[in-house]
Design a protein around this ligand. Structure first.
Ligand code: HXC
Length: 513
């Protein structure tokens, strides 16, 4: 009996070493932590319960019968982060390059099923050479089993993917279907076809880093939501992200106790410049409204003309969507519409109230935008806001022009409370453009057309370059002084905390994908 137990204990130790100490050292030499180190760093001390530690693959082909590693290249289980339950899998690159076998996939599916049944987030730490080549279609089937569960779990429990090594081929589609993807700079990459295939097919010469590294995906493609400096930074970002989101779609957004004090924020009064054409950083507005140091930006380097992220206001977690006058004057374009629409849908899935900050001169004009489908893509954001049933509060800081006024969480598409600063301008378009169109004949016939245009512009601006027309119609609930914005927002979100809104009965809607 004792011998048997010793043998079992040895198996367990072997499982914990993954592919062996030497291989872990190689992993460290690349600047990467081992899979087990990552899991322990993520979870609260002593909270990890491993599932399937002694699972092995079932392949006999290609001499695989002689290469057995307990755990089969993935560590799976559950534990807590800041005391809240999470399910986790961490691929172990030291075992067959973390490649996905049938049993490796079964282990991941098992924790995904548990997460779905028990209502807690799934966190995947990806570091894998892709489908286990020796297993052929069985590993492809394993991937599809995971993909299927990604979709079933979508909107039920949050799913977060960290890319901490290779992630190539069809394997990229699991992270792509999760809610957030976080990559590690220099040690991770994601692509459907690697540099060699790219060279063969298109003759392009590109490195793995250029093709699918963290900086590429956090700036150009938007595939990753966050780019992090190293494994530790990546795991810290996962922990921060989790702190803002509920465990599942049945739960309310997390809330930290907060007592009201003087909530006046004088700094908000001096952010919008006198000259309406001068930019300012919408992040300053966000920081002036939310609790100190709580803004957690998502996609900070991608489609910078819109900012999205989480924050806390009086302790309550909220989602923020704001036009950014610092980039493309805050115009909506294809990428910013997609970025914001996806974020809005996440917030709505998980009961996270939204605060929308508006300073938008319109949609970005040009052939590039039209040919890349600004119509369909802009519609995504309009659709996402219109469909959202969580509390939705809007503040117009400056421009709200044209269709973009409607899109940016206007009252007409279901926003609950709409505020404007006195500097807000709500109109079909800016005073100059509008005057040039509607007074064209008069301006042309004038002795001094430039003077006439200036006169008309002034007249138009006095009629429309303010929020009061909209307030008269009830499209704006209140024109507020900037320094009072924080308290107004706190009160509005408190008032809306028990909001119940239902969409008409349907199987699901048909968002313009
Ligand atoms: C089996 C694999 C493997 C795989 C790596 N290994 N990938 N074993 N199946 N997919 C093994 C290697 O043989 C090696 O074993 C060990 O893992 C480490 O790999 P190295 O090549 O030494 O590491 P490195 O130099 O860091 O290169 C990593 C790599 C490379 C770039 C990921 O291993 C690689 O290109 N692997 C193949 C990638 C691939 O084509 N995968 C299939 C993609 S298609 P030893 O014993 O020698 O140390 C796909 C389809 C999914 O995934 C479809 C879903 C629908």
């Amino acid at each position: 009996m004792k011998d048997k137990l010793n043998t079992l204990r040895k198996k367990e130790i072997k499982a914990k070493e993954g592919g062996g100490i030497e291989r872990i050292k190689k992993q460290h030499a690349k600047g990467k932590l081992s899979a087990r180190e990552r899991v322990h760093l993520l979870l609260d001390a002593n909270s990890f319960e491993e599932i399937g530690m002694l699972v092995t693959h079932r392949t006999k082909d290609f001499g695989m019968g002689k290469q057995i590693f307990y755990g089969d290249g993935v560590i799976t289980g559950y534990g807590t982060v800041a005391g809240r339950l999470v399910y986790v899998f961490a691929q172990d690159f030291t075992v067959f390059g973390g490649s996905l076998s049938e049993t490796h996939a079964e282990k991941i599916c098992k924790i995904m099923d548990l997460a779905l049944q028990n209502g807690a987030p799934v966190i995947g730490l990806n570091d894998s050479g892709g489908a286990r080549i020796q297993e052929g279609v069985r590993s492809l089937g394993g991937y599809a089993d995971i993909f299927y569960r990604n979709v079933l779990a979508s909107g039920v429990v949050p799913q977060i993917s960290a890319i901490m090594g290779p992630c190539a081929g069809g394997a990229v589609y699991s992270p792509a279907m999760t809610d957030f993807t976080i990559m590690v700079e220099n040690t991770s990459y994601m692509f459907v076809t690697g540099p060699n295939v790219v060279k063969t097919v298109t003759n392009e010469v590109v490195t793995a880093e250029e093709l699918g590294g963290a900086s590429t995906h956090s700036t150009k493609s938007g595939v990753t939501h966050l780019s992090t400096a190293d494994d530790v930074d990546c795991i810290n970002h996962i922990k921060s992200l989790l702190s803002y989101i509920p465990q599942n779609a049945e739960e309310k957004t997390p809330r930290i106790p907060y007592e009201l004090r003087d909530e006046t924020r004088a700094q908000l009064s001096s952010i919008v410049p006198e000259n309406v054409n001068h930019p300012y950083d919408m992040r300053d507005v966000v920081k002036g409204i939310v609790d100190q140091d709580t803004f957690f930006e998502i996609h900070p380097a991608y489609a910078e003309n819109i900012i999205v992220g989480f924050a806390r206001i009086a302790g309550r977690s909220i989602g923020i969507i704001g036009n950014q006058p610092m980039a493309l004057a805050g115009c909506l374009d294809v990428d910013s519409s997609k970025k914001a629409a996806r974020f809005v849908r996440f917030c709505d899935c998980f009961n996270i109230p939204m605060m929308v900050l508006v300073d938008v001169p319109g949609f970005l004009p040009g052939t590039n935008q039209e040919w890349n489908g600004i119509i369909t893509n802009g519609a995504k954001l309009l659709f996402a806001f219109s469909e959202a049933t969580v509390p939705r509060v809007t503040l117009i800081t400056r421009k709200a022009y044209g269709g973009a006024y409607d899109v940016m969480n206007s009252k007409h598409i279901g926003a609950d409370m709409n505020y404007a600063w006195p500097s807000a301008e709500i109109a079909v378009m800016g005073a100059k453009g509008a005057s040039e169109i509607i007074f064209r004949k008069e301006i042309k016939a004038a002795k001094d057309p430039a003077k006439k245009l200036a006169e008309k512009e002034k007249d138009y601006a006095s009629k429309f370059a303010h929020p009061y027309r909209a307030a008269e119609r009830g499209f704006i609930d209140e024109v507020i002084n900037p320094d009072q914005t924080r308290i107004k927002m706190i009160k509005a979100f408190n008032m809306l905390q028990n909001k119940v809104a239902k969409l008409p009965k349907k199987k699901h809607s048909n968002i313009p994908l």
